[in-house]
Design a protein around this ligand. Structure first.
Ligand code: A2P
Length: 266
């Protein structure tokens, strides 16, 4: 796995060093790499990362940056696809290995794509929590909104562990902990293993249980803002639900009530 610096062909994308790898389940892992000092990004954006193939060509996939924009390192949260071209190999990285990073951050899950509001919802499934792991660690989220609601739906209970630790750390953080304890609400659900809250978030929303659990009346197009990241099915279903509340999709160039991005798998 180690990429020998002296063998690296010229004109290749930047490579960065792996500092930490954590395996959460047999399907999920996260890792932290060095951050090029020149890389600036907005919390919620993604970059291309990857490895060199045997023919020395880079194999890159889009990954949301899970660390906030102020962090010294870059964190990523990934699925392991056993026959996936990239993650079948990426899951074996170790501290000290090098991986490729193309330092051109992009993405729609950014504060700039939303109109000002009072409450922000981060709806995620699976590894779709990654951009929100960045945003819930960003002080701007708490400056911009009075309430921040992070929902995370996974198949099984053990797949919630990354999000659980994230939220605990944010609430314990010296800088944003006090605001986060007051403003951040975490709403984890599972669909295939029994837990305290079961069901797809779309079902919980449409049947009114989400609002009932959080003691919220409804979405208000004036005050509620949302970001969605997960499977294509989740994104399509959430768009349909937002439309019933007269909430519309925004972009950097035309901010509105919500933005959507699919979680990337490779
Ligand atoms: P389900 O178990 O009912 O398919 P995955 O691990 O496949 O990425 O899925 C992560 C979570 O997203 C699962 O709990 C899954 O529920 C849920 N999910 C999949 N499709 C949708 C959808 N269209 N709307 C809401 N949740 C979904």
């Amino acid at each position: 796995m180690q990429l020998e610096k002296q063998n690296r062909p010229a004109n290749l994308p930047d490579s960065q060093t792996v500092n930490l790898v954590e395996h959460w389940t047999d399907r999920l892992f996260s890792f932290r790499i060095t951050r090029p000092s020149s890389l600036r990004f907005r919390s919620g954006e993604f970059v291309m990362i990857g490895l060199f193939k045997d023919d020395k060509k880079p194999l890159l996939r889009a990954y949301s940056i899970a660390s906030p924009s102020w962090d010294d390192e870059l964190e990523f949260y990934s699925i392991k696809v056993q026959d996936g071209p990239l993650t079948s190999r990426l899951q074996y990285i170790q501290p000290g290995d090098e991986i490729i990073l193309r330092p051109k951050p992009v993405g729609t899950l950014v504060h700039d794509a939303l109109l000002p509001g009072k409450r922000i919802w981060f709806f995620s499934t699976g590894t779709g929590i990654a951009p929100f792991a960045s945003l819930v660690r960003d002080p701007q989220t708490y400056e911009d909104y009075e309430q921040v609601i992070l929902t995370h739906t996974c198949r099984d209970v053990n797949e919630l562990a990354y999000g659980e630790r994230l939220v605990a750390q944010v609430k314990d953080d010296a800088l944003i902990g006090e605001l986060a304890r007051e403003r951040l609400i975490y709403y984890p659900t599972t669909t295939r293993e029994s837990s305290t809250k079961m069901g797809r978030i779309t079902t919980l929303l449409e049947e009114g249980n989400l609002f009932k659990d959080l003691e919220i009346t409804d979405f208000s197009a004036q005050n509620d803002r949302a970001m969605v990241c997960g499977s294509i099915g989740l994104n399509t279903d959430m768009k349909r639900i937002f439309a019933t509340f007269q909430m519309y999709e925004g972009a950097n160039s035309s901010p509105a009530q919500y933005v959507v991005e699919k979680a990337f798998v490779g």
